[in-house]
Design a protein around this ligand. Structure first.
Ligand code: AMP
Ligand code: GLY
Length: 425
């Protein structure tokens, strides 16, 4: 079958790498892809939000399945578009626009969790209408206090504040001055939870689900988890503290009620559910849902997934996931992300990358993120540029292999964290 994958990041390179290994895949197209995905299939210069052009391409190339990598096309309704304008026999794997609100609207996600008894931080939502109530709510709230823009804000819409005056000021800027544009017209205010975070992934066909390997990502730019938030600087899988007893709680209290909730509410959802969890004491709480896989988590999850991803995706499209078994590689996988100098602030693009062929270890895999080909060279084209995932017997072992590989690669301004997985040494 011919497959089209939408997206261009490290997540998509890892998905493309996995899809290309399947005997069920004849031709893989990636739109628009990056310099790395070009090695797994054919990159196609299509916009991921130009749905009519995507449909035209699928018909011309006899595409049998579309997998959506990032959230943007999902939140903009790509699944609904293809439901209204179907290409015969071709599923588009991802939730409907309504289902994608689990990621696209914090207020929608919180209300969903409340309806289904899913553990999450206590909260209230405010907008222009009840702005004054919001100020009162903040004044009597304990610190730290968490303010979240309701909509998508490029990962910047969450503020954790230790000062009531500052919280009042930020709240006003979000609602009255559209600090995050339309995304902050509505604000969720929630209780601060203290604990350690992890990411759990399910693939659901709307009736049943399978669990993929869990992962932990490292969001801060600096070593020791200091400095600004990024898209993610590295990841490890499995997560050492996510033992069987804890994962049973995650399944019973979070995953099953979520999948059942989608079913009960007749929400059309055939795709990945990303549970952003925090372990408080010994219990899981949901910090956020995403309607797609994580990045860079996918770069460790796909290498640890032994089952055929295409088989799972086809079963998802046909709602035949029930009873399918997912095999996980018992080895540890860690990834370390190399970023452009200045990221997550301003950074330059177009820097030539050298040493890409030098990895040489069968235990390490190079995934491209923000890269492009220019004048025959592979150059930087984003903040997060590339990552190396390695297998190992322990987190330390796998991370040291990735760092050894990254030492052979260079571009002007290259930076990576040398302490990924530091808590687990
Ligand atoms: P989100 O965009 O909802 O994932 O939030 C971004 C980050 O803010 C999360 O990964 C957490 O590190 C942090 N965060 C969000 N909500 C809370 C909360 N209620 N308590 C503590 N930290 C939080
Ligand atoms: N690594 C977190 C995310 O993909 O949202």
């Amino acid at each position: 079958m011919n497959i089209l994958l939408l997206g261009s990041g490290g997540r998509e390179h890892a998905l493309a790498w996995k899809i290309a290994q399947s005997p069920l895949c004849s031709q893989l197209f990636i739109a628009p892809g990056n310099a790395g995905t070009a090695g797994c299939g054919t990159n196609i210069a299509l916009s991921i939000t130009d749905f009519p052009a995507i449909r035209q391409f699928c018909m011309e190339q006899k595409v049998g399945l579309v997998l959506v990598g990032p959230e943007e096309p999902l939140v903009k309704g790509v699944v609904d578009y293809f439901k209204a304008n179907p290409v015969e026999g071709m599923p588009v794997i991802g939730p409907s626009q309504y289902g994608a609100q689990l990621e696209g609207s914090k207020a929608f996600a919180k209300a969903f969790m409340q309806r289904h008894g899913i553990p999450t931080a206590a909260y209230r939502e405010f907008d222009e209408q009840n702005f004054e109530d919001g100020l009162d709510y903040i004044r009597q709230h304990s610190l730290p206090i968490v303010l979240k823009a309701d909509g998508l804000a490029a990962g910047k819409g969450v503020l954790i504040l230790n000062d009531t005056e500052e919280a009042l000021d930020e709240f006003e800027q979000m609602i009255k001055a559209s600090k995050f544009g339309d995304a902050s017209k509505k604000v969720v205010i929630e209780q601060f939870l203290s604990g350690i975070e992890l990411s759990v992934f399910a693939l659901t066909d709307g009736k049943s689900y399978v669990l993929l390997p869990e992962a932990k990502d490292y969001k801060r730019i600096g070593e020791g988890d200091a400095g600004l938030n990024t898209g993610g600087m590295g990841a490890v899988s499995p997560v050492p503290f996510a033992d069987d007893a804890f994962m049973k709680k995650v399944i019973d209290q979070v995953v099953v009620p979520t999948i059942n909730g989608l079913k009960e509410e007749a929400i059309d959802y055939k795709g990945f559910v990303f549970f952003g969890l925090i372990k408080v004491g010994n219990n899981p709480y949901v910090i956020e849902y995403n309607c797609r896989m994580g990045d860079p988590e996918t770069e460790v999850v796909m290498p640890r997934l032994q089952s055929d991803l295409v088989e799972l995706l086809v079963a998802t499209g046909k709602q035949e996931l029930a009873g399918m078994e997912v095999k996980h590689d018992p080895r540890v996988a860690c990834t370390v992300m190399a970023v452009s100098g200045g990221y997550p602030g301003d950074y330059a693009k177009g820097k030539v990358i050298s040493g890409l062929d030098a990895i040489g270890s069968p235990d390490s895999i190079l995934f491209h993120a923000g890269t492009a080909i220019k004048d025959g060279n592979t150059v930087t084209a984003g903040g997060r540029v590339l990552c190396v995932t390695s297998y190992g017997n322990s987190v330390t072992d796998a991370v040291s292999k990735s760092k050894a590989a990254l030492e052979k690669i260079s571009f002007d301004g290259m930076y990576y964290r040398r302490d990924i997985g530091y808590e687990f040494e």
